[in-house]
Each structure stands twice: as C-alpha cells, then as structure tokens.
Design a protein around this ligand. Structure first.
Ligand code: PGA
Length: 250
C-alpha cells in the first residue's frame, strides 16, 4: 500500500440485523474509530436510515449493498442509487458474488449499476472474484480480467470507484487466499486498471481484499503489497472484531 491510498475497512452486514442491534453495532463502531483508515458500514437497505442517524457526526460512512441501474420507475423491490444518497449513503457495494449468484447479475448489469452509482455521486465498490473451479482450472487471472473489463464503466476514477477482490471460495468459509495469491491478483487488477484507465487511476484506486478476513488474519492480509483495505462480512457484525481489523491497517 502506498501512502496516497488511505485504507478502507468496509463492513458488509449482508442480510443481518434489526433496528436496535444495528444501531448498537453502529454506535460501538463509531465509538472506536481507528486512526489512519476510513471506516464504512453497509447495512441492509431498511436499516440504513437508523444507522445513518446513529452515525451522525461520526467519521463512519454508510453504504448500500446494491442499487438498480435506473433512476426510478417500475422496478418492484429495487432501490435507486439516488435513494441511497437521499438516505445518507456515500458508497454502494456492487456485483458482490452473492448478488451475481443469487440474482444472476452479469458484468454488463454491474457496469450499468456502477454508472448509475457514479451519476448519483456514490462511490462504487465493485466486487470481482473467481470460483474454486476457476482457481483449480488455472483460470483465476483471466476470469478476474474479464470481470474487471465488463463490470467497470469508462468513467472510473480513483475517487469514484473502489475494487474489491473476493475469491468466492473464501467468502464465509473460513478459508483465505494465501498472501502470495492475493498479491498476484491485486497486482494483476492494478495492471488491468492501468492499461484501461491510465497510471494515475491505477496508482490511486483502492483495491480491497475480502473473504474470511478476521482479527487473527487481518494484519497479514492488510500488509500485502497492493491491498488497500478489506471488505468484511461475518467479522463486521461484531464491533470489537471490526475495529480490531481496522486497527491492523499498516
Ligand atoms: P466474509 O464475507 O468476511 O464473511 O467472508 C466477505 C464478503 O462477502 O464481503
């Protein structure tokens, strides 16, 4: 990690929580803000307003876990990027492997959503990652390249986009990729970004690692060259664990 890229520690709460416990979790995270990194929590959509209220005046940002590509209209059950902004969000996670798997989201769709997020003024956290079959088949880097190519719109900048590398087989499984594997993929992503968007964007864009990051392995993962923070699922549901990860930032 270079000094220019402030680490981002992002909590992906997924489909967990209710109002009271989410507010308590948010308050506990805000009470322990870690210096030297940015903190972000991404609650389920209906919990965004109470969490935003609980975090008012704190340095902890709030993000959504998805948005639609349209600004409004007949899209039952969906949420527009502008609605996330209106509710107090600054970020949105897009193309998470669970959305790609559960909702059949394609790279093309993720790209359209990323464009909508940018148009609304949100920072898009675009997720990529290979499955175990792809890793075992030696296809990791080509898979990542095609996801990066297909999911990122042309208007990507270091300010409006964060990339999250999350090997699908490491999410919620307790397995993490080896430091050498993580370093290789992060360098590969940055090289892809440089080819398409130029040196400046590649030098500034943050690339997070995600997949079973927890207090016991965070220091090792966050110290890897090219890792600029983490996207944390399970361990973000406990303020103590989340903050312990945040204070592991080099
Ligand atoms: P995990 O999830 O930390 O529970 O593996 C990470 C993610 O899916 O963002």
């Amino acid at each position: 990690m270079t000094m220019d890229r402030i680490p981002l520690i992002a909590g992906n709460w997924k489909m967990n929580g209710a109002v009271a416990e989410s507010v308590a979790l948010a308050r506990a995270v805000a009470a322990g803000v870690a210096p030297g990194c940015e903190l972000l929590v991404c609650p389920p959509a209906v919990l965004i307003p109470p969490v935003v209220a609980a975090l008012k005046g704190s340095a902890v940002a709030v993000g959504g876990q998805d948005c639609h590509f349209a600004e409004s209209g007949a899209h039952t059950g969906d949420i527009a990027a502008v609605m996330l902004v209106d509710a107090g969000c600054s970020h949105v996670i897009l193309g998470h492997s669970e959305r790609r798997a559960d909702h059949g989201e394609s790279d093309e769709l993720v790209r359209a959503k990323t464009e909508a997020a940018h148009a609304a003024g949100l920072i898009a956290i675009v997720c990529v990652g290979e499955t175990l079959a792809e890793r075992d088949g030696g296809e990791t880097l080509t898979r990542i390249s095609s996801q990066i190519e297909g999911s990122l719109p042309d208007a990507v900048t270091a300010e409006n986009t964060v990339i999250a590398y999350e090997p699908v087989w490491a999410i919620g499984t307790g397995r993490t990729a080896s430091p050498a594997d993580v370093e290789e993929v992060h360098a590969h992503i940055r090289a892809d970004v440089e080819r398409r968007f130029g040196k400046g964007v590649a030098a500034g864009v943050r690339i997070l690692y995600g997949g079973s990051m927890k207090p016991s392995n965070a220091a090792e993962l966050l110290a890897i060259d090219g890792v600029d923070g983490g996207l944390i699922g399970g361990a973000s549901l406990k303020a103590e664990d989340f903050l312990s990860i945040a204070t592991s930032c080099p």
